[in-house]
Write a protein that binds this ligand. Structure first.
Ligand code: ZN
Length: 185
């Protein structure tokens, strides 16, 4: 299919609340093409998640594919390419943690964002069948970041401190400095 352009922060579509998709709509050729294009676009980008608004289509559809394995976030369980239609996130616990997030729509930057680390996601698949996933740790962060796009929210909106937004080539995992900023005296 087609690798589509990923729109960047400043484009108004990224700030819209996307509309829900009906089961009937999911079976249309338009939806199938949209999904195939999203898969191609995600693969070409090297990212792990893509929401439809990021290719300028304001519907509640997102895909996530996690290669898994060791990373600087620790050992991450892999997840095959999964489609989420009209996903809803429910926070299950008080525990939260901060990760350096990046976004295909905010290229070149990283920001430290704290989010709940235990969530339940309810969504429907392409056949309109409902399913649930419980997620912990970094994966909980990934899903919240991705589904925020469906509400017109970007991770930069969730920074506690604008000093925690940096260019990724300058990002050094200098934990001491991060702690200084996170916990000012
Ligand atoms: Zn993003």
């Amino acid at each position: 299919m087609t690798v589509r352009e990923i729109i960047r922060m400043g484009h108004p579509t990224l700030r819209q609340v996307a509309r829900e998709l009906t089961t009937d709509e999911l079976s249309t050729v338009e939806s199938q093409v949209l999904l195939l294009d999203m898969v191609d676009t995600l693969k070409a980008s090297g990212g792990i998640g893509l929401a439809a608004p990021q290719i300028n289509v304001s519907v509640r559809l997102a895909i996530i594919e996690i290669p898994g394995g060791a990373s600087r976030y620790g050992e991450i369980p892999p997840m095959p390419l999964t489609v989420f239609v009209n996903p809803v996130v429910e926070v299950l616990g008080d525990e939260s943690a901060a990760f350096w997030e990046g976004c295909l729509s905010v290229p070149g930057l990283r920001g430290l964002v704290e989010r709940p680390q235990h969530v339940k996601v309810t969504a429907t698949d392409l056949d309109g069948k409902s399913f649930e996933l419980e997620l912990n740790g970094f994966l909980a962060t990934v899903f919240q970041h991705e589904f925020d796009h469906l509400d017109g929210v970007l991770y930069v909106d969730r920074l506690k401190d604008s000093r925690l937004l940096v260019f990724e080539d300058l990002l050094q995992m200098d934990e001491e400095k991060v702690q200084d900023i996170k916990q000012p005296e």
